[in-house]
Design a protein around this ligand. Sequence first.
Ligand SMILES: [Zn+2]
Length: 497
Amino acid sequence: MRIVIAQMQHETNTFSPVPTPWEAFGNDGPFLGQAAYDAMKGTRLPMAAFIDLAEAAGAHIVTPLAAWANPSGPVDGNAYDRIRDIICEAVGQGCDAVLLDLHGAMVVADRTDDGEGTLLERIRAMAPRTPIAVSLDLHANVTERMVRNCNVIAGYKTYPHVDQYEAGQLAGSVLLRMLEGRCRPVMAWGNRPLLAHTLCENTGERPMKDFVAAARAAEAEGLLAATAFGGFQQADIHDAGISVVTVADADAEQAQRACDRILDVAWNLKEEFIYQGEPLSQALARAKKMADESGGPILLLDHADNCASGATQDTMYVLREALRVGLTGIGVGPVRDPDAVAQMIRAGVGARITLKIGGRMDMPAIRREGEPLELTGVVRAITDGEYTITGPQFHGMRCYMGRTAALDTGAAEIVVTEKNQEPWDRGVFTSVGIDPTRKRFLLLKSRMYFRPVFLPIAKGHVFCDSFGVGMSDWTQFEYRKLRRPIYPLDAFAAGHR
Ligand SMILES: [Zn+2]
């Protein structure tokens, strides 16, 4: 038995100015062949589960490619063609099954708004009878084309995502049972016109908790798989938003009934999927009061500039306002600005310098030009930006922030990096000698992943609304391709389904 296993993962923010070339994937390009196997084997990612399942089944494994890139703007067309062709070439050499670890929200410049559906359609045309299983991210914008061109889909059921391996295991094991003739998967797919806010998709709380629970209940009642997708909304494509995929054994009606039932749970909670913000000055005043009463650190969450949503990670609005209102003891990190890093390296550790930080990228989608912040401070540290995660998520993973420097302005200590880096771990601070537990405030460009890492050391947290291509105010984005009407951009009469 020969099984092709590959990964193609990108969450495309169509409003993001951050480019996504071939080099954005993997380590300066996707991992190919044996390197793809080595990079994935032993991780907690879906592709690792596929490899483990196939090895346990005694199959001959082919791993043409593993391609993961940080969320950013549309994928370069030539990069997509190469990725697609490498996977298709492996399928074209003949195989008994295909297991794909996909995201489900890839948009490709000048090619397609549905990178995954287009890939699957191509594979299906080449190998019409070869079973195909797919794992997807909880933030997939699932399309009818994806569902039509594979046999099994299962997605993550947690956000923050801690069950990626399990999603791969579920999709892969159903497919292997299908190969043995022990089941006959049939899928149903559907969506509701709901553009939820990812800030309201923490699976530990309502409403997402209830949405996912409905999917789990369907599995407990006998479905082969059921997934509640939150969707990725900073994407101007027709099918962005909430959706559900169910997989039943031979019974298409059972799959459809369950799909509708799970979707109704989300629709009935639609108001709760909408984040209610507050003016930045009010949020910072609240944060100051919290620190006065209980000490620090208080987390200042600059969620609009979260690079894990495709943001530039270099806006300075929140820090500028925090300094203006007189907050002190702020740890900031990381801000991406290769030019500022180079200036600090030239100045050297201990040097006092005045420089502009951040605001290097314009954001035409929200009609904003980059606005750097001029600061004066002492360069406290210069590092290669490498550290190993010691915290609960992605434990043991090596992180590469590029050359990194820390500037101390007195009121704030700012970690500046060459590359985008989600604050996955306290290592973003400790690797440059900053102890985050001793700060009064921690300004994090984070949306969800601060929870397992920084909440345990925090005395409180405040969402600080500002501008960035990851912002949650949908009215700032010009949607042209998105299906309408859709909630909350459009009103719906009571009782609408
Ligand atoms: Zn996700």
